[in-house]
Every structure is written in C-alpha cells, then in structure tokens.
Design a protein around this ligand. Sequence first.
Ligand code: CTP
Length: 403
Amino acid sequence: MEDALFKRRILVAVTGGIAAYKAAELVRLLVKTGGEVRVAMTAGAQKFITPLTLQTLSQHPVATDTFDLQQEATISHIELADWAELFVVAPATANALAQLGQGLANDLFSTIALACRAPQLLAPAMNVNMWQHPATQANLALLVERGAFAVGPEAGDLACGWVGAGRMAEPSAILQACRALLGPRDLDGKKFLITAGPTHEALDPVRFLSNRSSGKMGFALARQALRRGAQVTLIAGPTELFAPGNVERVDVVTAEEMRKNALERAPLADAVIMAAAVGDYRAAKVAPQKIKKSDDRLAIELERNPDILAELGKKDFARRPLLVGFAAETEEVETRAARKLQEKHCDLIVANDVSQTDAGFGVDTNRVLLVDNERTTALPFGSKDEVAGGILDWVAAHLSTRL
Ligand code: CTP
C-alpha cells in the first residue's frame, strides 16, 4: 500500500534548540517515505545545524531569510506557506510557541506560520522548567485550541543537564504523527457525538464523588475525528484539557447533565462514542450545607445514575447512530466487554484493562480490545491519538456499509 506521505508536500520549520540536529533525521525519513519536503530554518536553528545539511537531505534549497532576494525569487515565503499541505515545527522551542501563540511575524519562520493554512504539527523541545512554565503551557494550549497538533515532548535526560519532560519526540514518532495528519479524510461531513472525562456528583456544597478519568481518550477521539473531516460535538465532564476551536464543546458536570445533552444531540449524529467515565451513583440527597464531622463513621446513601449508553441503545431513532461504548475493566476484560455489548445494545465496545499502569485512566497511552458482534480485535499499544485512530477506522468502515 502507498505510504500516506507519498508525494505529500511537507514544510518542516526548524527553530533554534539543541534538538535541531534531530530535524536532519526527520527530513531524511520524510524524504525516504516519498514525501516532498521543504525546510525553513530560524537564525537560531542555523547555529545548531547548517542549512547545507538540510538542503542535501531535502534535495531543495532551505529558506532562511525573508529578505534574501535569491531565495525569494526561487520560492517566496508566501508561496512556501501556500505550497505546504502540512506544516511541521520540529523542534518547536519555547520562543517559537510564543511567536505562534501571539501571531508574530518577526522572522521568516513566524511569517510563514502566520500565512500558512495547512494543519500544524508541533514537536516542542526545551528545558523542563521552560516547558512547565505557565506561559509556555498557555501558548501551547492556545495553539491546540486553534487546531494545532502536538507530539511530545518526552521525559528523559535533557541536553541542559536537567531530567524531565522537554526532550523532542523521536523523529520516528513525528513521522507517525505526520502520517496520521495526512491520512484519509474518510469521515468527511459525518456527525460525531463524543463524551469525555469524569462526572462530578455533589455530596454537599464543597464535596463531590468522581473518578480518575482525565478525558484524554475522548479528547483524542474528538481531535482525530475532526482531522478526518467529521463535525464533532464533544460533551466534556470536568477536565483541564483543551479542545480544538472547531469542535462544538459542551461542558457538563453531572451524569444527569451529560445524559440530557447526549439524548438531545444523539438523533442528529452518525456515530455516538461514549468515552466518558460516567459516575454510576450520586448522593440520594445532596446536603444543602457542608457536612460536619461528627461520629467515627459516616454513611452516605447513594442512588443509581441513569446509564446513558444503555438508554441510547434502547431508543427508537429515525436513523440510529452507530453506538460505541467503553468498558473499563480490571479482570475478564473480553467476556465482560462482550456482555456489555449485548446488554447495552451497542455496535462496539472498546475495552481497556485499567489495572495496567500504561493504559486507561490518566495516562497518555492505551491498549484496547475492540469487541463487536462478530469478533474481538486487539489494537496495537500506542498513544491515545493512535488508539483513537484505530477506533475511528472501525467506525469509518461500519459507517460506509450503512450508506
Ligand atoms: N456509561 C453511561 N452511563 C453510565 C455509566 C456508564 O453511559 N451511567 C457508559 C460509559 O460512557 C461507557 C460504558 O457505559 O461507554 C461502560 O462503562 P463502564 O465503566 O464499563 O461501567 P458500567 O457499564 O457502569 O459497568 P460496571 O461499572 O458495572 O463495570
């Protein structure tokens, strides 16, 4: 099969950090897979690696200066921005993220970035303290909200001597992210309803019952569905995560609020993916005032929350959406998932073993089984974005047979 990058036009911007040397390997890999690669470098990047290296590997002149007459005559910075189908910033320094976040156009790189309408993939790399600084985090969050994708950084030994998050993702991981971003737009125009995150059920004005769900899986599904051309509504429980601006986001707190919004919107959807970890129980009576400590023991009576997925499964739709549920299990994963598939009348259960430390709640990676009425398929272990891609492959294949 042809590689997703074959003959695709990829603009790699290299900004000034020590990880710039890894950009050479990235460019080599992109060219090797058949991509057409152009490179732009900041002045800082050229202190770490020469334009000649990247010119040799990309087989094209490297753009370094907005005001260089010869470069501009060959291909102007605006032509370069228009030419790109994908804009990769690797490494993306803290300064580069700040330039992009603020929309500056004070050098060749930031000018191209501002003019470029292609999807943007950022591979941040910097010292751990710079990475963790609220300014850097806010810049990245803003960029993601506007639709940018980020890969890495990874944790490990940093060139500056510190240990922590800040090392650029490996070129092979960036290559994979490029493939995903330039992959098929096979969900064009399809309407997705996705739920994500935990719910909070109040006990009194200051306390609530909840769970460890971070919302990462649901947000990854929303991002990937959007990239493949879907219109996405994301009903999110309380989480700190940012969603791309062109996702319709509905923030909710309780299971009941999630239910109301899901039931209202599901009839319009082609597919409903319930990735949220909905609280099964809520307080039978929410205390109007803060509960004061008294005896050694305190009993709080709980009552069942409605099961949103089961309710959707039973509903009479004019046009039934594909229904995808999740199952978080700690034992007998496949058997229990198959039981949930039947009981909740859904088309697919994505089952994860939450007893493993590298999968399920809170972490960035996942390992899941896809259980449908015909078979069980194990998706390869990977980032939540990669796993989301596998789940959406299943949905895309099943939506196409429904037309
Ligand atoms: N779900 C739901 N409403 C609830 C509880 C769960 O819609 N009140 C959905 C979840 O979004 C998920 C699926 O049901 O897609 C499975 O949730 P799971 O964590 O496996 O829990 P339960 O089905 O409630 O089963 P149990 O806790 O007994 O394992």
